[in-house]
Each structure stands twice: as C-alpha cells, then as structure tokens.
Design a protein around this ligand. Structure first.
Ligand SMILES: N[C@@H](CCC(=O)N[C@@H](CS)C(=O)NCC(=O)O)C(=O)O
Length: 257
C-alpha cells in the first residue's frame, strides 16, 4: 500500500483514509474493507503506530487511526461514523440492514466488535495488562503503558476484559449458529452486513491468519496470537470458518498494509 503524508493529505480533496502504516490494525482493516465493498475510492495516509503524530493532531485534533476525511468535512474516526460515510459516498448493496430490528442487531454486534469495551478494545486491554502489571522490568512495558494509558487500562482490568472477550465470542458463535440453523449465511438477516466485516477483521486479534495471507511482524503476530486458551476456545470453528469466508469473498486476500 502506498501511503501519502499528512502534508500531502492537506493539499488533496476527496476521501483520505489515515491508517497505521505497515501494521495490520483491526479498525483500519475494517474501514478499508468497508470502503472497498462500498466502492469508495480513497487516498491512504500514514499514521505512525504509537507515535505523537503531531502533524495529524495539528490538522485534525486526532492522534490515532483510522480517520476518514472527506473534502472539507469534519474528520470521522469512530467505527460507526466511518461506516455511515461509506454508506453515503459509496454504491452497491448497503452494509446496513434496511429492516429496523435487523439494523439494531447489526449495530449492536458491530459495537460489541469495534466499539469501546468491545472485542478489540477488551482484547487490547488483555494484551497490555500483563506487561503493565509486571512493571518496568518487562521488555514490553513502555509499549503497554502507552497503549494502556490511551485505551482505558486501570488496575485489575485484565481479568474483566478477558471475560468480556469470552462473552462476546460466545455470543457471536451462538448468533452464527442460529443463522446457520435457519439456512442463513451471514451474521444478520439474509445478506452481508458490516457486522460480518468487523468480525472478519477483528478476528486477527484472536486467531491471526497465516503469514502468506496476513503478513505481520513476528512481534505483532506473537501479540495478536497470545490469547488465553479460554478466549481462543470461545470462537467456534464455524465462526472462524465464517471469518475465512468473509476474508476471501469481501475483505480480499492477502491483507496489505
Ligand atoms: N477511532 C476508533 C478506534 C481506533 C483505535 O483504537 N485505533 C488504535 C488501534 S490499536 C490505534 O490507532 N493505535 C495506534 C496508536 O494509538 O498509535 C474508533 O473509535 O472506532
């Protein structure tokens, strides 16, 4: 993926998507997949993982990624506002169900995957809590402290966050089983929705795909693949197979960062 700088981004119009360069992040990969599925063309702009990203902050007041900026409109960094931007700008089948009850379910599942205290958020807390609690002698302490300070770490949160991951994965496994028992292919209703895409991309924090289709550094792979056994066991084989299906048919393989 060819990234442009923030300085370039400021001179461009159209849709720009700020992404953590060179690193597979589930929020960024979900945004890319949603733009791709909705046929929204965009210019990728580089954010530095864990960096101060001063130019980005000076421009938008937001340090992390992803951030979607369309023309002179306000920046959008939350998963839901990025999704609604893609719905508005794009074309083809909607990723949000038309039926109100299905839509409410889909948005709820998406929040459980991508929102605050959702699967990605909670799994990140399980990753950082070990090194933070071990203290500065841990080689990962600095990194973990930074992410912990930015994304909701407090003493003792690791255990609750791990349980939340288990609960969410159990719920998703049951939801898919219910759908499949009714002869339905996707997580909600009859058609592909954003919930399928969030699951396919956030699953990398539970069970990273092999290097050939999802290349990442050894450090990131070790971190993403380090879930406690109870978290791994909570994702049913069918839910992981659904991840494979959505990655192959929608997200596009290999992942490219
Ligand atoms: N803005 C997103 C959350 C994005 C997010 O958590 N991004 C993290 C992913 S680990 C990030 O940018 N990390 C890199 C950094 O903080 O520098 C949302 O509210 O939906």
């Amino acid at each position: 993926m060819h990234y442009r700088s923030i300085a370039d981004a400021r001179t461009l119009s159209g849709t720009r998507l700020i992404l953590t360069a060179g690193v597979p992040g589930p929020w960024g990969e979900a945004a890319k997949a949603i733009f791709r599925q909705r046929k929204v063309a965009y210019t990728p702009i580089a954010q530095e993982l864990g960096g101060s990203n001063d130019e980005q902050v000076a421009w938008l007041g937001i340090r992390n990624a992803p951030v979607a900026v369309h023309d002179e409109e306000r920046p959008r960094s939350g998963w839901a506002e990025i999704l609604f931007l893609a719905e508005r700008l794009g074309s083809g089948p909607s990723l949000i169900p038309a039926d109100a009850a299905e839509r409410a379910l889909m948005m709820g599942l998406a929040h459980e995957l991508a929102g605050e205290n959702g699967l990605g958020w909670s799994r990140r807390l399980t990753i950082v809590s070990g090194p933070i609690e071990e203290g500065p002698s841990s080689p990962a302490y600095g990194f973990a402290r930074f992410f912990g300070d930015n994304y909701g770490y407090h003493a003792g949160v690791g255990r609750a966050a791990a349980q939340r991951c288990v609960d969410i994965l159990t719920m998703l496994s049951q939801q898919l089983a219910t759908q499949q028992a009714a002869g339905k292919r996707y997580l909600v209703g009859e058609a592909l929705s954003a919930a399928d895409i969030y699951w396919a991309t956030f699953a990398m924090l539970i069970d990273p795909l092999p290097h050939e289709i999802c290349p990442m550094s050894d450090d990131i792979r070790a971190m993403y693949g380090s879930s406690p056994a109870a978290i791994k066991a909570a994702a049913s084989p069918a839910l992981l197979a659904h991840r494979d299906f959505i990655c192959e048919t929608v997200v596009g393989l290999p992942f490219e960062f």
